[in-house]
Design a protein around this ligand. Structure first.
Ligand SMILES: CC(C)(COP(=O)(O)OP(=O)(O)OC[C@H]1O[C@@H](n2cnc3c(N)ncnc32)[C@H](O)[C@@H]1OP(=O)(O)O)[C@@H](O)C(=O)NCCC(=O)NCCS
Length: 243
């Protein structure tokens, strides 16, 4: 268990679950990000919404238990990382949902039932970060048609049928990570087809193309990301370089 995770956990919690033990043993996101990105993860089952600060608690006051735990896991990880950088403060939420990082910090939060993760860095090192995790199980029927461009549908149809469901999930996850990295800079609607994941021959990285105008970035700009499928999860991470 890292120092960050130790500080995040109240003493009255049950022993670590299998998911928590494996998160500690083999982090999912750290290998996907440069080493100057501060990253931490935990099993949300280990989080306690009582650890939320009053300013943070208001955002999940009427949420169900699972949402409160996942939100608390993200806040707890983020505050511990921020504290290690000398920035001790509640982490509030902007009206559009993105975390209100303190000045000088960019970052991203993701959570599913079995994993919560936070990645953050100095604005001296990059312009944006996006991370996303999903449980590795097939997406509901019909999602592919909603989120994929024609081009993406074509190359996924042509890929190994045994890997089709996981490939679709990787692309979904990559789009969410890309969205989280770009939205705070663009602050405009980005429909799922705004970012097109190109066919990747590699198992550990992907390239995506910005297919729309009207953002601070040029249309057809290429963005690189890394992805992985491990420990029952699919994860994707994107870092936007400084201009
Ligand atoms: C916002 C969104 C990306 C969250 O992703 P998700 O897989 O549902 O959930 P995750 O747990 O991975 O991420 C949730 C976290 O994203 C962050 N988030 C929410 N809105 C955000 C935004 N506009 N920008 C950046 N980060 C945001 C928050 O930190 C949130 O956690 P918190 O509420 O506990 O702080 C997703 O719900 C969404 O709106 N997607 C549609 C955008 C889209 O079209 N994507 C395809 C790419 S073109």
């Amino acid at each position: 268990m890292t120092e960050t995770e130790t500080r995040a956990l109240p003493t009255t919690l049950p022993p670590p679950t299998d998911a928590a033990r494996s998160a500690m043993a083999m982090p999912l996101f750290a290998p996907l990000l440069p080493d100057w990105v501060h990253v931490s993860e935990m099993d949300p089952a280990m989080a306690d919404s009582a650890t939320l600060l009053p300013e943070e608690r208001t955002f999940v006051a009427v949420a169900v238990g699972r949402r409160r735990r996942e939100f608390a896991a993200g806040r707890s990880l983020a505050r511990s990382l921020l504290a290690s950088l000398g920035k001790e403060a509640p982490l509030c939420r902007e009206a559009d949902g993105r975390p209100a990082w303190p000045p000088g910090i960019v970052g991203s939060i993701t959570h599913c039932t079995t994993l919560a993760a936070v990645a953050l860095a100095s604005t001296d090192d990059c312009a944006g970060i996006g991370i996303d995790v999903e449980a590795n199980r097939p997406l509901p029927q019909g999602v592919a048609r909603l989120i994929l461009s024609e081009q993406e549908q074509r190359w996924i149809r042509r890929s190994d049928p045994r890997l089709a469901a996981e490939t679709l999930l990787r692309v979904f996850c990559a789009k969410e990570a890309l969205y989280k990295a770009i939205y705070p800079l663009a602050r405009c609607a980005l429909p799922p087809q705004a970012l097109i994941v190109e066919r990747s021959a590699r198992n550990d990285s992907f390239v995506a193309r910005l297919a729309v105008e009207g953002t601070p970035f040029p249309k057809d700009m290429l963005l690189e990301g890394r992805w992985a499928a491990r420990r029952g999860h699919v994860a994707a991470a994107v870092v936007i370089k400084l201009a």
